[in-house]
Design a protein around this ligand. Sequence first.
Ligand code: SF4
Ligand code: SF4
Length: 111
Amino acid sequence: MPYVITEACVKCKYTDCVDVCPVDCFYEGENMLVINPDECIDCGVCEAECPAEAIIPDTYQGAERWLEINREYAEKWPNLTRKKPAPPDAEQYKGEADKFNKYFSPNPGES
Ligand code: SF4
Ligand code: SF4
């Protein structure tokens, strides 16, 4: 039962989650992170750290879509192991609906 990142992360990318993960299984896209579900050991500590409440267990209703997206992009994006500054406009997008369709970028992050 891995944890997955949802669209609440898009354009927020606070990266608080990265610092607490014991197995470094976060991967960075241009404007969102994903978790590699095959590496996540289901400890759950990252869930409470996310200011955007973007991290959920894959057993939650509606999580299947995010599980597929996390798996796909964890293979394409670079590993991120340290917290970095959030985008300057992150607060502006926090809590906005439908962020994946509006803003998601498939490009890798810079980590
Ligand atoms: S803490 Fe939340 S918003 Fe920040 S990168 Fe992690 S999942 Fe995304
Ligand atoms: S649940 Fe634990 S292992 Fe999985 S991504 Fe979060 S901190 Fe890492």
